[in-house]
Design a protein. Structure first.
Length: 415
């Protein structure tokens, strides 16, 4: 009987993994264009007719974005929330519950992998800002180089030709980086999906196959970073070629001195841009190495297994003008927004909900989270996909470290 239960659990985890990986493969747009477009939290349309009295009661978390689940709900299954009427008008009490069923060290490792994945995505975003933004130091520097080349090609044809060759190499290498980062982001998404399965696997179960999947994607991501680094090296060598041309112009004297100084200034901007790229490559490499060490530790973890219910209390206050927008305070965490983007059912009986939260990141961009809640432990795929598609249509981040992952419920879940 135990063997049958273990096999059923494995099938459930495999189905969860397959579902999430399919979502990863269907993310729309390339990483650079989508992440750079997210400069501040959007003002999304919400269900402002929501009735808090009807909304209260018990909800099951069907799933959410991995950046939240793997960090703040690491090692837990059976997540659910109970809303009850608060003391003030427009206020509800919040009690988040989940069942911890992982080893102590594994919980820390899962959270560490999630945090490192976030770091990779943020560093990748910083590289995107250099290679894809027209007003970046790299792109502005190259623009100035091309302008100088046009200005001197009649008087200094040889130097102009050398400038053209070097600038073309830099532009070509920079243009190669964006699709490489898009592939990197997809590998990170797959790391997070597998990490979610590790997080929700019973602490005494064999996790080696899933951990190997994490490590396999780490290796693929690392190779992609090496490819980005090769593009950086091309840009670096070509930038040195620009400096050599500037030296040649300076030695020509007279009319060559001015162009030499202008080219040096432009090449210096290019250098600042590609230096930032190099710094971010190093940060990504370090984060992936930390991710690998965390994954290795899961297999070595012999710490105590948690088998207990975790509860966190808080409250939420409804916006009096926009009923679908609430401000939530949970435990010791900073206040956050809780926006109800969609519900299923009538105002007298909500049976499923799509919830959204967003915060701005100090290093740039935004951190978005979505949850799908249901009144029952299971939700049909049609409703779930309609909510996921709704989130996508609103431009909500579901790539890099934030793919949607399903929550797992097992026979150990409290009644």
């Amino acid at each position: 009987m135990t063997r049958i239960r273990a096999q059923n659990l494995l099938v459930k985890f495999c189905c969860t993994l397959l579902f999430s990986l399919q979502l990863v493969l269907h993310v729309q747009g390339d990483y650079c264009s989508t992440t750079l477009a997210r400069k501040s939290c959007p003002n999304l349309p919400t269900v402002d007719s929501i009735d808090l009295g009807t909304y209260t009661g018990k909800w099951y978390e069907i799933g959410g974005t991995a950046n939240f689940r793997n960090l703040y709900e690491a090692g837990s299954t059976c997540p659910e929330v109970e809303y009850s009427k608060g003391e003030k008008e427009g206020e509800i009490k919040v009690e988040n519950r989940d069942f911890l069923s992982a080893r102590v060290g594994t919980i820390a490792s899962v959270a560490g992998i999630s945090g490192s994945s976030f770091s990779v995505c943020q560093s990748a975003r910083a590289v995107c800002s250099q290679v894809s933004n027209g007003d970046s130091l790299l792109r502005e520097g190259i623009s100035k180089v091309w302008k100088l080349k046009s200005n001197i090609e009649d008087s200094y044809s040889s130097e102009a030709s050398s400038i053209s060759t070097a600038a073309s190499k830099i532009e070509s290498a920079a243009n190669e980086i964006s699709p490489k980062l898009d592939t990197l982001a997809k590998y990170v998404s797959q790391i997070q999906v597998a990490n979610s399965v590790v997080s929700q696997t019973d602490g005494k179960a064999d996790k080696s196959a899933v951990v190997e999947l994490v490590k396999s994607n780490i290796s693929l991501a690392t190779e992609q970073v090496k490819s980005v680094d090769s593009s950086y090296k091309v840009m670096s060598e070509a930038q040195l070629d620009l400096i050599k041309v500037a030296e040649s112009l300076f030695k020509r004297g007279f009319d060559g001195v001015g162009p030499s100084i202008t080219l040096t200034d432009a090449a210096t901007e290019v250098l600042a841009g590609i230096t930032d790229v190099k710094v971010q490559i190093a940060a990504i490499t370090a984060a992936l190495e930390a991710t690998k060490k965390a994954a290795d530790f899961v297999l070595e973890d012999k710490s105590e297994v948690f088998y207990n219910v975790s509860k966190v209390l808080g409250s939420a206050v409804q916006n009096p003008k926009e009923g679908g927008k609430l401000n939530v305070s949970i435990g010791l965490s900073p206040d956050s927004n809780y926006w109800i983007l969609a519900v299923n059912g009538e105002s007298s009986s909500y049976n499923a909900a799509l919830v959204y939260s967003c915060s701005e990141v100090l290093t740039g961009g935004i951190d978005e989270t979505v949850w799908i809640l249901s009144r029952t432990p299971e939700l049909d795929d049609e409703t779930m996909m309609s909510f996921i598609n709704k989130a996508s249509s609103l431009g909500i981040d579901q790539d890099c470290d934030a793919p949607f992952v399903k929550a797992v419920r097992t026979s150990n879940c409290p009644a």
